[in-house]
Design a protein around this ligand. Structure first.
Ligand code: FAD
Length: 469
């Protein structure tokens, strides 16, 4: 069948990709009465975030956490999942969660009058985009502004034979049919840590291999130490300072990972989680006059504008922090800039949430950063979750909340939390820091009882006792 060509259609803004970055960009531009097209190559909107990343992984995590809670708070102490259980059975709510999310995004797109085009976009020139539809039809778009929000894909080194069956990456790990008995995880970043701890809590024998001495180098050391304690308790093994020399599948049932030290680790499956690269394949960015950086990303200015002024890039394509939360905000800000609206104040106070088991979250400065900046050690207050009633009731053993203040103890400069609920609790700290609050404000205000939030007061009391003696 010969491809069907249409007359070019003019739009104020064409957004490529419907993940968190693209959705928010399209909706923001439409709210400013721009004519907006949102191009998505997949059948469903939502991006990798909804279909392969955040939502599926957090749905599996929920099962692991509920099992762990049941083991801790009931007589199921020695309970193990039966062998050969299907991974899908552990995520039985996944299709409901994904459908609800996709439906919600779809309704928002429709309600705001965004034209949703299902097809693959590529640049023909800086001023023209072609959309190849599954039917063979080709649409031509003439946008005044383009927002590239095509996301990322796993960065798999060529020497590691990813076959998506025995050696998997973060896009294929959840397509495993059965829960394996053993899993090797390569990497010590966020995705590696989250999956390693989830599978360990589901009873899988997990070995995590990382080239430096500990996972999550950018997080507070005390938090990571507690995480590692819980990981080891759940049967996981962390192998730091190790370089992988070779990965191979034995052709029958085992993946063999040979370390430079000579040790060979055997497991049923292996997960490669060594970072992600921008998804720019097939987009023909060179026709738009764009070039990826040496790290394969698109470079942008503070408005998320590329070197070609009417073309913006947002979300994972521009690299770290590569989170859904930051992608949404970048999309919103780029769209506002494109349609001539002020972007609003931006904040450096960005929270980080890591959905390992136990969860970790952080905002602001760490102890070392404060010491470097202020030329004197930070004043720190700590609260363990087992010191607060909610932690005792819920039997949360690994929780710790740390408040980092300036050396005089007058201003909260950072908060670091490990333990269930950390990624929600951190928003109290975020708001306290935005409001310039002091540790005294946390002591002098009332928190609900019994809550984990009370840990803020306990940590603030601890900090004040060090300050005031
Ligand atoms: P994506 O969500 O990847 O969306 C890009 C879209 O563009 C895709 O739908 C793709 O089909 C489409 N596209 C690409 N090329 C074209 C083209 N040429 N034409 C048309 N469409 C195209 N972040 C968090 O904040 N919290 C978490 O808990 C979290 N967990 C994660 C867990 C995992 C396992 C992974 C892998 C990631 C996780 N992330 C998390 C990161 C988060 O998913 C990403 O930062 C986020 O999805 C980036 O959004 P995006 O809009 O840039 O891209």
């Amino acid at each position: 069948m010969a491809p069907v060509q249409h007359e070019p259609a003019a739009f104020d803004v064409v957004v490529i990709g419907s993940g968190p970055a693209g959705q928010k960009a399209a909706i923001q531009a439409a709210k400013a009465h721009a004519r907006v097209a949102l191009v998505e190559q997949e059948r469903g909107v939502g991006g990798m975030c909804v279909h392969r990343g955040t939502i599926p992984s957090k749905t599996l995590r929920e099962t692991a956490v509920q099992l762990e809670r049941a083991r801790r708070t009931s007589e199921l102490a020695g309970f193990r999942l039966r062998q050969g259980i299907e991974v899908a059975a552990l995520m039985s709510r996944l299709s409901e969660v994904v459908d609800a999310h996709v439906g919600y995004i779809g309704r928002q797109i429709e309600r705001n009058g965004v034209t949703h085009l299902h097809g693959r976009a590529r640049f023909v020139s800086p001023a023209e985009i072609e959309v190849q539809r599954l039917s063979g039809e080709t649409l031509r778009l003439l946008p005044r502004h383009v927002i590239i929000a095509t996301g990322s894909r796993p960065r798999n080194p060529p020497e590691i034979p990813v076959d998506h069956e025995n050696v998997l990456d973060s896009d294929s790990i959840l397509s495993m049919i059965y829960l394996p008995e053993s899993l090797t995880v390569l990497g010590g970043g966020v995705i590696a840590t989250e999956y390693a701890s989830m599978f360990a809590h589901l009873g899988v024998k997990v070995t995590m291999i990382e080239k430096v001495d500990r996972p999550l180098k950018f997080m507070d050391g005390e938090l990571v130490e507690r995480f590692l304690g819980a990981f080891h308790k759940s049967g996981g093994r962390f192998v730091g300072n190790s370089v992988v020399a070779q990965v191979s599948f034995d052709g029958v049932s085992k993946v063999q990972t040979r370390l430079a030290s000579g040790e060979v680790i055997e497991s049923d499956k292996l997960l490669v989680a060594l970072g992600r690269s921008a998804a720019l394949d097939g987009l023909a960015i060179e026709k738009a006059g764009l070039k990826a950086t040496s790290r394969g990303l698109l470079e942008v200015d503070e408005h998320c504008r590329t070197a070609v002024p009417h073309i913006y890039a947002v979300g994972d394509v521009i690299g770290p922090p590569a989170l859904a939360a930051t992608a949404m905000e970048q999309g919103r800000r780029a769209a506002r800039h494109a349609v001539g609206l002020p972007p609003g104040a931006s904040s450096e106070t960005i929270p980080v949430g890591i959905y390992s088991i136990p969860e970790m979250a952080s905002v602001g400065l760490g102890e070392d950063e404060v010491a470097k900046r202020e030329g004197a050690p930070a004043l720190v207050g700590r609260a363990r979750f087992d010191e607060v009633a909610r932690g005792q009731i819920s039997n949360i053993q690994d929780g710790l909340l740390k408040i980092v203040a300036d050396p005089k103890g007058e201003k909260i400069l950072g908060v670091h939390i490990v333990g269930e609920g950390a990624s929600d609790l951190i928003h109290v700290a975020q708001m306290a820091m935005l409001g310039g609050l002091s540790p005294d404000d946390l002591v002098e205000n009332i928190f609900n009882f019994p809550t984990l939030g009370e840990a803020y007061r306990v940590a603030a009391f601890d900090l004040l006792s060090r300050r005031d003696g």
